[in-house]
Unconditional design. Structure first.
Length: 699
């Protein structure tokens, strides 16, 4: 009988380290977490020429250090969690360290590692361990490489220093920026553990640290405070900026909230006890003025760009990637797209869900990118989503109650005012009474007609709002399957190339696969159009140069124009074209007119083989800014629809058209005290639309 052991080749170190931890900053963050578990009060990360190969990373802490046996049986033992033996540190911190693979990734960033540690339990003693990864490259198994732990005398205080020398690859600027943000947000900007401070000697760190720790929580419009207790039962409170309670809810009300719930509560959430805090901001000057704020809107907006979103804090420390840019794990932005009324987004809110997880219900992923999506994590996420849905519903209810009351008050005041006028008329002479009664009746009729017109406009734009939000939802949902199509096409291409000869691939498959990828990419760009046009920050009135707005809209449409073989040219006023308006309004004008021009080229006409061209012109004069959009298409068919009627809602020459696009353009321009004109034929041969808007300021 032969006894054998399972052994590992040195190549496993590369796979466990470099491949399972995708970014070098994640490995460094794991070493920082080790310092936290060691009861360090401070931890410092130094990057010395780390932007290029051959550089050096040094992580120093003031923790308890390690004894020789702790280095041998703990620090060098990969894949075993210390929490199984001791879940609390010496001072009572609940440990956050895990399997040691993140630490391995950090150590393998360089060709050499030097560990110097001074254990608190052995004053005056220092242990030094050196690792040369080249020793493993020539070994048959990992176990064949012996490591020596040296013991020295020292007068230094307890702590640990890890030096990663001779970096294989330098940290990119993005790696450093990501590390700086991770370090700053590890404990902030909330009231984190004051007994643990981390610093990084990167240039961007100090700026980020100052920005993050400025803290603008007191500028919020409202705050959500929710809890999930040990029994899985939720409760929540919604308060306004004054601290006054708007609403509160118990478990039944919260758990029955959300899309698809149909008011059916769940008995409990199978998740660790948690708290959820969210601060939501209204980034408008008017809102800041009402609160007598001493800060500028831009200050808060810049702060939210860095810290915005809902972060997840596990045992006092932030967990990557929850709350990172682009990682909207509670789907705040999707929910806002589905139902934009009074909902926060990652750009207008900051929050945190905090858990201690004493029973270890949440399991970190091996690659350190958050937690495994087990039932506990999914229920924790569902708790956060349900709280957001409940708060949005209650805010809508409060607003609708206020609207109803204001409407009733307005109707009552109008009725009382009319009654007062009638009483006054009764008290004047009969000769004057008849003329005054006629005048007031005419005024009343005019008022009623105006109200009727406004109500019809309201009905029209409610319909358009429904179309817009529905489009945004479908656009958002389209992004995922489109990405899957592109990924699948790439896999097919890669596998096909490995199975058949290049010549066969090029002649039979290359063109078709390229067509699939091109079509999918086009779909993705089409989905971007409504999402970018519906961004909330674009609805602020201010003095704007419309030239860059027009250019931005054209860039959104560019893939669509390329697909349709349309060349678009710009002739913009060199000194700018300033107008008091909103970005969203100019975008709506340009988007509708561009969509009309693109459609014109799809209609049968005698110029089908000519080069398709659209020209956008801006002109600036003393009092007026003019925008012209013209094309070389077939022009406006005045037989089907007279030019004067193209602005009417519902009037269109398109079989699948709504007839609302040009109505929107007309109404926007009129509301801006401008003029709009349509020409059936332009100097290019097709239609021309002319928009004249008041200039923002005189020269």
């Amino acid at each position: 009988m032969t006894i054998a052991n399972l052994r590992f080749a040195p190549a496993i170190l590369q796979r466990l380290g470099e491949e399972l931890v995708p970014h070098p900053d994640l490995g460094v963050m794991e070493l920082i977490r080790n310092a936290y578990d060691a009861d360090a009060e401070t931890c410092t990360v130094e990057l010395q020429h780390a932007d290029a190969s051959g550089g050096r990373v040094v992580i120093s802490d003031t923790g308890d250090g390690m004894r020789s046996n702790e280095i041998r049986d703990g620090w060098l033992l990969l894949g075993k969690s210390p929490k199984a033996e001791s879940t609390l540190s010496r001072t009572g911190r609940r440990k956050v360290g895990e399997k040691g693979l993140g630490r391995l990734a950090a150590l393998r960033l360089g060709r050499h590692v030097v560990l110097t540690t001074r254990p608190r339990e052995e004053p005056g003693t220092e242990y030094v361990l050196k690792i040369d990864w080249e020793d493993f490259a020539s070994a048959e198994t990992v176990e064949d490489v012996g490591l020596t732990i040296e013991r020295h005398s020292t007068t230094a205080e307890p702590g640990t220093v890890i030096e990663i020398l001779d970096l294989r690859t330098g940290f990119s600027s993005r790696d450093i920026d990501r590390l700086a943000r991770s370090v700053v947000l590890l404990t902030g900007p909330f009231d984190g553990p004051d007994e643990f401070t981390v610093t990084l000697d990167a240039p961007k760190f100090r700026d980020l640290e100052r920005l993050v720790h400025d803290k603008y929580f007191d500028e919020c419009e409202y705050q959500i405070l929710a809890t999930l207790d040990e029994d899985g039962l939720a409760s929540a409170q919604l308060v306004d900026w004054r601290g006054k309670e708007i609403a509160s809810a118990d478990h039944s009300e919260i758990s029955s909230s959300g899309f698809g719930r149909n008011n059916q509560p769940i008995p409990r959430y199978f998740a660790p006890a948690a708290t959820f805090e969210l601060w939501t901001f209204n980034l408008s000057k008017k809102d800041f003025t009402i609160r007598n704020s001493r800060r500028a809107v831009r200050e808060v907006a810049n702060w939210l760009k860095v810290v915005g979103g809902v972060h997840l804090y596990h045992r006092g420390l932030r967990v990557h990637p929850y709350g990172d840019e682009g990682h909207d794990w509670l789907d705040m932005n999707l929910r806002r797209a589905r139902s934009p009324e009074l909902r926060p987004s990652t750009n207008t809110a900051i929050g945190r869900i905090s858990v201690q997880d004493e029973e270890n219900q949440l399991t970190p992923k091996t690659d350190r990118m958050g937690f495994l999506e087990n039932y506990s994590f999914m229920d924790l996420r569902e708790f956060g989503r349900n709280v957001l849905d409940w708060a949005a519903t209650r805010r809508l209810q409060v607003r609708e109650d206020r609207r109803t009351q204001e409407k009733q008050d307005a109707e009552s005041r109008a009725s009382q005012a009319w009654s007062n006028v009638q009483d006054l008329i009764k008290n004047i002479s009969p000769a004057e009474r008849k003329a005054l009664q006629s005048a007031t009746s005419e005024l009343r009729r005019a008022y009623d007609e105006k109200v009727y017109t406004i109500e019809q406009d309201l009905l029209l734009y409610r319909t358009l709002a429904t179309v817009g939000t529905t489009t945004a939802v479908f656009a958002h949902e389209t992004k995922r399957p489109v990405g899957q199509i592109i990924s699948a096409a790439q896999v097919v291409e890669r596998r096909a190339k490995s199975l058949i000869e290049d010549a066969v691939f090029d002649s039979r498959l290359a063109k078709q696969i390229a067509a699939i990828t091109t079509a999918a990419t086009s779909l993705s760009t089409f989905a971007d159009i409504p999402l970018r046009l519906l961004e909330s920050q674009k609805r602020k009135s201010q003095t704007l140069d419309i030239n860059p707005i027009i250019s931005d809209v054209i860039s959104i449409f560019q893939p669509h124009l390329d697909q349709a073989n349309i060349i678009i040219s710009l002739e913009q006023a060199s000194a700018g074209a300033p107008v008091v308006t909103m970005v969203a309004l100019i975008e709506a004008i340009v988007a509708n007119l561009l969509a009309n021009a693109v459609y014109a080229f799809t209609r049968p006409n005698d110029l089908a083989d000519a080069q398709r061209t659209i020209l956008v012109v801006t002109e600036d004069s003393e009092e007026v800014v003019t925008m012209r959009i013209l094309d070389n298409g077939p022009g406006i068919d005045t037989v089907q629809l007279p030019v004067k009627d193209i602005w009417l809602p519902g009037k269109t020459t398109r079989e699948d058209g709504t007839g609302l696009g040009l109505t929107i353009v007309r109404d926007i321009v009129q509301d801006m005290d401008g003029e709009v004109e349509a020409l059936a034929s332009s100097r290019l041969g097709g239609a021309e639309f002319v928009i004249r808007l008041p200039r923002a300021m005189s020269r």
